[in-house]
Design a protein around this ligand. Structure first.
Ligand code: SF4
Ligand code: SF4
Ligand code: SF4
Ligand code: FES
Length: 955
């Protein structure tokens, strides 16, 4: 039950603007038309008893507890399903109603275990509450009749229990799975007395289609569906609202606590990004934060072949400072740098880039956005003027045509996917551009109108062909273009696009997508009242990633689909704070707020505030750092909350570069793959252990709140301050709120942001937030683009950097799966492994047959960069000529295969296109054998140091 402290109005809010007035129990009340009688009553504090109704779901009307009397009407209508009407006079409390309600409750209780005192939800159970509310004193039917009390529990899901004996068949879970989550995994099986909730075809939850989002658990009014942590630990005694530390949706949660231990994470109904929904990761997979693998002591060593030595914080920091000073004295000022984490808070990211620029004295700072959405930053800045998505998530509810390009939100941004599917079920059209048949293409009650199943690496060609159809068929919006865009740039682009090479017929030969489908999809998007484009890493992680982003912006401008709700260009950003880390100045060429370091006015502002001299030259990007390390000119790295060894392409190049460096400092909660190459390990703090903010894919800045003290004693921001002080550049912040105040004072788009303001505005603000937009900016580019006029830019298709050849005839593309997250460091340390315990290689049946590969066989994958071995998953989700894998497990070595080919503008790696050959094999690759030996050795070096000082629970 998800209404622990809030008010449940019983039915959803009506969005009507027409108001009506009625009278309930003598109280006059005015509500929007379409409001239920139950909700109207609740608005004035009259709580009609209810069981099957809850305000997150449409009314169902099955329990008959909420009956009321309406003057002039016969019978006793259910208040949850009866719309309020003007002039109605309603009574919610009469002797007759009390009788009926007691009778209903007697029926329920006669078939319910009488174990309230030992029930895990005792005190937080709506059935118990209603028994009290209706004044139940006796059960006339007795307890000995036919009942369900002996039904067995389904304990198969690792996170929640289904105790059928407690089910009142209210249908809330079924509706939550349909309406909120959109998975349709539950039904009510059987009829009458025999009816029970059933997962899929009467399967255990774990075997069913359930994706463990928890919506049914939140909706259940009894202890039937209950979190195992609540069963084990009891209910929380206090709570704090914070933000999920997984993906870029940025769901808000109430962390329910017992002392310093989390009991459960409850999705916050007031959370503007998630509106009370969640996915398996944020809702349940938080046990990693107290996992026994947490590293809690600073450690140092002079060589990576040495065991670690546990030291005090002071010794670790002083050692780091002296090593960095020594390296800079020997190799020069530019020989060290730092990496900002997109997992950490804005405040922490800001401090790391400040440390690099002010204390290291160079601009060698970068972040993982380099390897995911740097093309978004570039492409949207040059066309629209701002490096960020244009809409709120809620905006999708006003879209008529939704285009999803190179994104699989059902896996990577699940809560937003649920919202998008809801809109599609309401009738919005859907176009998916993806080499794979993802859940967005076909899932219960969702079917893409067009699936442009292109060959990886041909995005630009497809986007150009869509534009070709729009322009040659005159489907563009000349008035919008004339008013809002640089007309000359449009004319030039129009001339470029209308060349024959961009026609659907020409592009069909390149992409494999039938020309007629391209034409039809283009017409559908261009003719939409509101057409919105959502895209992901399948767009950006290409040699022409920036070109595709520009092409998408061109499409939106040409069709006038920008600058209002329901439209826009919407990058689905990967990590929780990747938008924020970019905003905070984590790229080597930009200070906070995307201002170039070469701009002397901007620099002067920061120099005055920071009391330092800033380097006007952009620093090294991550791949340049590796190259410089190989050349012997980049020898020291401060890496906060990133695992570049696992996440960056061409692993052997990365590890080769790290082996050359003389001081690598890793700050993380686990001994990650990069830490195995480090000389200093600084224990990190989890999101539960610090205050700050994350910024999600909608530019929404949300509070992260400390719910427990840092297990290693310090928040990450405190450690950065210590290092800076040791290097001789003072940082003396007392609390992250002071850091945000400094960010606001130096960043025009953040001037109105502070922790206080975020609280005042209900927990989050979308930037820009300043004098011009004191409440933030949900939709960007209204009336005018940030750059003034929108700029069209030509997008010539060159194809992937990686080419298939006789030796490497297949294209490997990579992606994510719902239950695991990124490098898996967090999710692999949770029960989410039950859904996905290894990375597999998806192969089309024909490609498998050609090579004699069968389901589950070990398959060797060779590319120009390296070789690894995975088990085969033969599926028609993938097209012939393409293979696919995830990259959540280090031993898989997915990035041993990926090459250093990268985006022309930003160096974002071309993860999505690697030419490979595959063959059946019987043993791990050479790289895997070496990895296993190295890993065993490194773990043994740390084992003595990493014994946790408290019992850790993997929940
Ligand atoms: S956990 Fe989510 S997906 Fe699974 S049955 Fe419940 S609502 Fe449906
Ligand atoms: S499991 Fe819970 S929500 Fe579902 S029908 Fe039973 S009591 Fe209602
Ligand atoms: S992982 Fe993403 S979708 Fe899931 S709960 Fe966290 S923020 Fe929400
Ligand atoms: S709450 Fe209205 S019928 Fe159940």
């Amino acid at each position: 039950m998800n209404q622990l402290n809030g008010i449940d109005y019983g039915t959803p809010k009506s969005k009507s603007e027409n108001l009506i007035t009625l009278e309930i129990d003598g109280v006059e009340i005015t509500v929007p038309q379409g409001t239920s009688v139950m909700r109207a009553a609740a608005e004035v504090g009259i709580n009609v008893p209810k069981l099957c109704a809850t305000d997150s779901l449409e009314a169902f009307g099955s329990c008959r507890l909420c009956l009321v009397e309406i003057e002039g009407r016969r019978g006793y209508p259910a208040s949850c399903t009866t719309p309020a009407e003007a002039g109605m006079k309603i009574k919610t409390q009469t002797p007759k109603l009390a009788d009926i309600r007691r009778g209903v409750m007697e029926l329920y209780i006669s078939d319910h275990p009488l174990d309230c005192l030992t029930c895990p939800t005792n005190g937080n159970c709506e059935l118990q509450d209603m028994a009290g509310v209706v004044g139940l004193r006796d059960v006339r039917y007795g307890y000995d009749g036919e009942n369900h009390l002996k039904l067995e529990k389904d304990e198969s899901n690792p996170y929640f229990t289904y105790d059928a004996s407690k089910c009142i068949v209210c249908n809330r879970c079924v509706r939550a799975c349909e309406e909120t989550q959109g998975t349709f995994a539950l039904t009510i099986d059987g009829r009458g007395f025999a009816s029970r909730v059933s997962a899929s075809q009467n399967e255990d939850f774990i075997e069913s289609e359930c994706v463990s989002c928890g919506a049914c658990v939140d909706a259940c009014p009894t202890a039937t569906l209950t979190e195992k942590t609540v069963i084990m630990m009891g209910q929380g005694e206090h709570s704090k609202v914070t933000t999920c530390a997984y993906c870029g949706v940025g769901c808000s949660f109430k962390a329910e606590m017992k002392g310093n231990e989390v009991v459960r994470m409850v999705p916050n109904p007031d959370g503007k990004a998630n509106q009370g929904h969640a996915c398996v990761k944020g809702r349940f997979a938080w046990g990693y934060a107290t996992h026994k693998d947490r590293m809690l002591k600073p450690m140092i060593r002079s060589k990576i072949t040495d065991p670690w030595k546990e030291v005090s914080w002071e010794e670790a920091i002083n050692y780091t400072a002296s090593e960095f000073k020594r390296i800079q004295a020997k190799y020069g000022k530019d020989s060290i740098g730092g990496l900002v984490s997109s997992r950490c808070t804005n405040e922490e990211g800001y401090l790391v880039q400040k440390l690099v620029r002010a204390a290291f004295g160079n601009n060698n700072v970068d972040t993982c956005a380099r390897v995911c959405h740097s093309p978004t930053g570039y492409g949207l800045k040059v066309t629209l003027g701002e490096s960020a998505g244009t809409q709120t998530f809620e905006s999708v509810m006003k879209s008529d045509v939704i285009v999803v390009i190179g994104a699989n939100p059902a896996n990577a941004h699940p809560v937003f996917a649920s919202q998008m599917k809801r809109r599609i079920r309401q009738g919005a059209k859907l176009i998916v551009v993806d080499p794979r048949t993802t859940e967005m293409v076909k899932s219960p009650h969702v079917q893409a109108d067009y699936h442009l199943k292109l060959m990886p690496g041909t995005n630009v060609a497809i986007v150009n062909a869509l534009a070709y159809v729009i322009l040659t068929e005159k489907l563009h919006k000349p008035a919008f273009i004339a008013e809002r865009c640089e007309v000359d740039s449009f004319k030039e682009w129009e001339h470029f696009i209308c060349q024959e090479e961009n026609s659907p017929e020409a592009v069909e030969k390149i992409s494999g997508v039938p020309a007629e489908e391209i034409r039809a999809a283009a017409r559908m998007y261009a003719n939409a009242k509101n057409g919105a484009i959502y895209y992901g890493l399948g767009v950006t992680e290409h040699a022409q990633g920036s070109t595709t982003v520009i092409g998408i912006a061109n499409l939106a401008m040409a069709t006038g689909n920008i600058g209002r709700e329901g439209v826009g260009v919407n990058p689905l950003r990967g990590q929780n704070n990747v938008q924020g880390s970019c905003d905070m100045g984590s790229f080597p060429h930009e200070l906070p707020g995307y201002r170039h370091v070469s701009d002397s006015t901007t620099r002067a502002e920061f120099e005055a505030a920071w009391n330092c001299v800033l380097d006007p030259e952009p620093g090294l990007r991550i791949p340049n750092m590796f190259d410089a390390a190989m050349d012997g000119t980049f020898m020291g790295l401060y890496c906060q909350g990133e695992d570049i060894v696992q996440s960056d392409p061409d692993t052997q190049h990365v590890t080769g570069a790290l082996e050359k460096m003389e001081c690598i400092v890793v700050q993380d909660i686990f001994l990650n793959e990069t830490a195995k190459y480090a000389h200093v390990f600084l224990p990190g703090s989890s999101f539960l252990e610090k205050d700050g903010t994350f910024t999600n894919a909608e530019r929404r800045i949300s509070r992260v709140r400390k719910v427990m003290p840092p297990k290693a004693g310090k928040g990450d921001w405190e450690v950065t301050c210590m290092l800076s002080n040791a290097l001789g550049y003072p940082m003396s912040y007392k609390h992250p709120r002071e850091i945000m105040d400094e960010i606001a004072s130096l960043t025009p788009t953040f001037t109105g942001v502070s922790f206080k303001r975020i609280d005042e505005l209900g927990g989050s603000i979308q930037w820009p937030c300043n004098d011009a937009a004191p409440e933030g900016t949900p939709t960007m580019h209204i009336g005018e683009f940030v750059r003034g006029k929108g700029k069209f830019i030509d997008t010539k298709y060159f194809g992937a950097g990686e080419k298939v050849t006789k030796k490497y005839p297949l294209i490997l593309t990579t992606g994510r799966i719902l239950s695991q997250y990124n490098v898996g460091a967090q999710t692999r340390r949770t029960h989410n492994n039950m859904w996905h315990s290894e990375d597999r290689l998806e192969i089309h049946p024909q490609d498998a047959l050609d090579r004699g590969i069968k389901q589950n066989d070990w398959v060797g994958i060779q590319s120009r960069a390296g070789e690894t071995v995975l088990r085969a998953d033969i599926t028609e989700n993938i097209q012939p000529g393409v293979v696919y894998t995830t990259f959540h497990f280090p031993e898989s070595g997915a990035n041993v295969i990926t090459t250093s080919s990268s985006d022309w503008a930003t160096n974002c790696p071309e993860y999505k296109v690697t030419a490979v050959q595959i063959m059946p094999v019987s043993q791990p690759s050479e790289w895997q054998r070496t990895y296993n030996r190295f890993n065993t050795q490194q773990e043994s070096f740390a084992t003595d140091q990493m014994i946790p000082k408290e019992s850790a629970v993997a929940k």
